[in-house]
Design a protein around this ligand. Structure first.
Ligand code: GTP
Length: 219
């Protein structure tokens, strides 16, 4: 949503697509899990009295809107993509089929996973961890608006300290808001590293795939 309070910012979409195109051009297989908080926040709605499952399903639909926007933006830049949804919505997206997703990746398509895991009570982060495991990803890159994981909120506290490396256990124990506990536990059990980085800094994704130390690595 960029600097807007809500919705889709075409400038942000454009810059994220450029970043993805850059690494795709290097031959990296890329799968993307996208959230929906710029459109609808299930957790906030349930805090305001909406049934949690209903709110979460609405959030999943919001991720489909974002995924379609990203697909459109990438394809305008001649990046071939396939959009797969965890909720059947076949007029809009392919159903998620693991082996098919892997085939798309082998064929050089950027795969966008929409609608989370298809289940309420599971976050986008958990969907990312689950899909990463399923497609045998080497790493999860978690894009955020700060430079990595800090001991306290860097947007609120001036003396917040950034971690360059972090163990899963510390992230969990200190509740460091890397990802939610379910997502981190899944990565921990399967030894999948997570790199938390600033998505707003242009070139960051490329730096990471080229092996530069960017953000915080949780492993
Ligand atoms: P290969 O068979 O590996 O070449 O993959 P492919 O994705 O090109 O084959 P397919 O003929 O299955 O898909 C052609 C196009 O239709 C692609 O853009 C798919 O994303 C899209 N597509 C396939 N299945 C569905 C579906 O169930 N729903 C929607 N909306 N699109 C689909």
């Amino acid at each position: 949503m960029g600097e807007q309070a809500y919705g889709l910012d075409t400038g942000v979409l454009d810059s994220i697509s450029n970043e993805i195109k850059e690494i795709h051009n290097l031959g990296v297989e890329v799968a993307i899990v996208i959230g929906g908080g710029n459109i609808f926040r299930g957790v906030a709605a349930s805090a305001n009295g909406m049934d949690r499952a209903t709110a979460d399903y609405m959030g999943m639909l919001a991720t489909v809107i974002n995924a379609m926007a990203l697909q459109d933006s990438l394809e305008k830049k001649n990046v071939f993509t396939r959009l797969m949804s965890a909720i059947e919505i076949k007029e809009i997206a392919e159903p998620y089929i693991r082996r098919r997703a892997m085939r798309h990746l082998e064929k050089g398509r950027v795969v966008i996973f929409a609608a989370g895991t298809g289940n309420p009570y599971f976050t986008t982060d958990t969907a990312a961890s689950l899909r990463a495991m399923e497609i045998h990803a080497e790493v999860i890159l978690k894009g955020t608006k700060v430079d990595g994981v800090y001991n306290k909120d860097p947007l609120k506290e001036k003396d917040a300290k950034k971690y360059n490396t972090l163990s899963y256990i510390k992230a969990l124990k200190d509740n460091l808001k890397v990802m939610d506990a379910t997502a981190i536990s899944l990565c921990m059990d399967n030894k999948l590293p997570i790199i938390v980085f600033n998505l707003k800094k242009s070139g960051n994704i490329k730096r990471i795939v080229k092996g530069e130390k960017v953000g915080t690595i949780v492993q």
